[in-house]
Ligand binder design. Structure first.
Ligand code: VIB
Length: 199
C-alpha cells in the first residue's frame, strides 16, 4: 500500500538545456517563452528552470522546451531531475486542480526529432527498489526505445516524442510501486555531430 507524504501528488522537474551554439541565450530564452505553461508553476534562474504540477503537464512542458530548442537543428543537451513524493513538498498545489488536457501536444506531435538519452530511476525508501527499476526497464523495452544498460543508467534512442512517453511511463509505473518518493534523472542529446558507434 502506497503512503503519500504531505502533498506528494505533485511532480516537479528541475532542468537545464545547453544549446551548443553562439546563439545559446536566444535559444534558451525563446524556448522558455514559446511553451504554454498555464497548467504548471514555472520559475527560471541563471542555472536552471523548475516546473511543478501534475505529472503529465510537467513532462509536456519539459519536452516542449527541449523540442523548441532543438527543432532547428542545433545540438542541444537536456539535463533534468524529476521528483514525486518528496517529503515536505507543498508549494504550487493550486495547479493540481487542472485537467489533464496537454497544452503543448498540438505543437510537439508535429515535431520529429531523433534523440539519444540516458536515464536513471531511483525509487526511494524501499528495500525492493531494484525490482521496481527492473520492472520499469521492461516497460521501456516494450515501447521500442530501450537501447541497453550503461553504468548507472539505461539508454533510450529514437524519436523524442516516443522517448518522452517511455520516460513518463517508467516514472508513472514507479509511482504506482510501494516507493513513496521517486526520483528520475535524464540526460538527452539532440543533433549531436558525434554518431553513435555502429551507425
Ligand atoms: C531550461 C533552462 N533554464 C535556465 C537555464 C540557465 N540559463 C543559462 S543561460 C540562460 C539565458 C541567459 O540568462 C539561462 C536562463 C538553462 N540553461 N536552461
Amino acid at each position: 500500500m502506497k503512503e503519500f507524504c504531505g502533498t506528494s501528488e505533485i511532480t516537479g522537474a528541475r532542468f537545464s538545456i545547453y544549446p551548443m551554439s553562439d546563439r545559446f541565450v536566444e535559444i534558451i530564452l525563446s524556448s522558455l517563452k514559446e511553451v504554454d505553461t498555464s497548467k504548471v508553476w514555472m520559475g527560471t534562474d541563471d542555472v536552471s528552470t523548475c516546473v511543478r504540477g501534475r505529472s503529465e503537464h510537467v513532462f509536456d512542458v519539459v519536452k516542449t522546451i527541449f523540442l523548441n530548442a532543438s527543432k532547428d537543428g542545433d545540438h542541444v543537451v537536456l539535463n533534468a531531475t524529476f521528483s514525486n513524493g518528496c517529503p515536505g513538498d507543498s508549494a504550487g498545489d493550486t495547479f493540481m486542480a487542472e485537467d489533464s488536457v496537454l497544452m503543448n501536444h498540438e505543437l510537439t506531435k508535429k515535431i520529429s526529432q531523433e534523440v539519444a538519452t540516458q536515464f536513471a530511476l531511483y525509487p526511494l525508501g524501499i528495500p525492493g527498489y531494484m525490482d521496481v527499476i527492473m520492472e520499469q526497464i521492461k516497460t521501456v523495452e516494450q515501447q521500442g526505445v530501450f537501447n541497453g544498460g550503461v553504468h548507472y543508467a539505461s539508454r533510450l534512442d529514437g524519436d523524442a516524442n516516443k522517448v518522452f512517453t517511455a520516460l513518463e511511463s517508467a516514472f508513472e509505473g514507479a509511482r504506482k510501486s510501494d516507493s513513496s518518493h521517486i526520483v528520475m534523472t535524464v540526460t538527452m542529446s539532440a543533433n549531436s555531430p558525434t554518431r553513435k558507434e555502429g551507425q
